[in-house]
Design a protein around this ligand. Structure first.
Ligand SMILES: Nc1ncnc2c1ncn2[C@@H]1O[C@H](COP(=O)(O)OP(=O)(O)OP(=O)(O)O)[C@@H](O)[C@H]1O
Ligand SMILES: [Mg+2]
Length: 265
């Protein structure tokens, strides 16, 4: 089982879109996937059709409630995803967390309390808010790895050093094994010279950290959540679906490859 936090404090870079559609692509590969919506905006929950009124067991309860909530099961066309949704309660959690003695470890402890083993999940993807607040820190402490969506635009690399600093701090204080799963370029327009230049710069700066697969700007990706569907379900043959499938395969290849290496060592 692997817990991956999808994080970038920059807003609108594709965190939620990647959480939903990478989750769907992993499910298509036969994996049992739990999504945790850790953003008070609740976009992952809305994007999968969980109406605010029916968000009974939420990520707020996961962090600060008395018992661990049961995930909602969502049908995604031939398969299922599980999700712990967010509601607006989570907006106050950041403040409540500050007053808590175990403020950075609450998600870590909740997830290790038997929820994941009971349900046999292979992957847990955590959609983080656009901030380096205590919610994001909880995700980083709970996770095995961080996946960073990076929008292919001029300021792409700006802000990344702050994110890396936070990761280093979490490693020092709480989670020494935390890895960077990789950086994925999103909303790329490959006919556009600026997009190509940004990709070249990002690859030169970050090297192998960057996934080979790039997520293109694709209107089907942005339409799908308004129908409460994943892009893989909404338009399986679209460029967007193909890209998220490729990302899932690359992620699996990285893990299963790493697993083989560990097994040999
Ligand atoms: N590859 C893509 N092609 C077209 N539109 C996209 C793509 N990826 C994301 N979008 C759109 O861009 C917007 C921002 O994406 P998203 O909500 O995933 O970003 P985010 O990082 O989660 O934002 P926030 O920081 O507010 O949580 C959304 O309207 C989404 O539909
Ligand atoms: Mg989001």
């Amino acid at each position: 089982m692997r817990i991956v936090a999808i994080a970038n404090q920059k807003g609108g870079v594709g965190k939620t879109t990647t959480t939903i559609n990478l989750g769907a692509a992993l499910a298509e590969q036969g994996k049992r996937v739990l999504l945790i919506d850790l953003d008070p905006q609740g976009n992952t929950s809305t994007g999968l059709g969980i109406a605010p009124g029916s968000r009974s067991a939420t990520s707020y309860d996961l962090l600060l409630g008395e018992s661990v909530p049961e995930p909602h099961q969502v049908e995604i066309g031939g398969g299922s995803l599980w999700i712990i949704p967010a509601n607006t309660d989570l907006a106050s959690a950041d403040i409540e967390l500050h007053a808590h003695e175990k403020r950075s470890f609450l998600l870590h402890d909740a997830l290790r309390g038997g929820l994941l083993e009971r349900q046999n999940f292979d992957y847990v993807l955590i959609d983080c808010p656009p901030s380096l607040n205590l919610l994001t820190v909880n995700a980083m402490v709970a996770a095995h790895a961080i996946l960073v969506p990076l929008q292919a635009e001029f300021f792409a690399l700006e802000g990344l050093s702050q994110l890396m600093m936070t990761i280093r701090e979490v490693r020092m204080k709480a989670n020494p094994a935390l890895r960077i799963e990789g950086v994925v370029l999103t909303m790329a327009d490959m006919r556009n010279r600026l997009s190509q230049q940004v990709e070249a710069d990002v690859r030169e700066t970050l090297g192998d950290l960057v996934f080979r697969c790039v997520i293109p700007r694709n209107v089907r990706i942005s339409e799908a959540p308004s129908y409460a569907r994943t892009v893989l379900d909404y338009d399986p043959a679209s460029k967007g679906s193909q890209a998220y499938r490729a990302l899932a395969l690359e992620l699996l290849e990285r893990h299963e490859g790493a697993g083989r290496k560990e097994a040999r060592a």
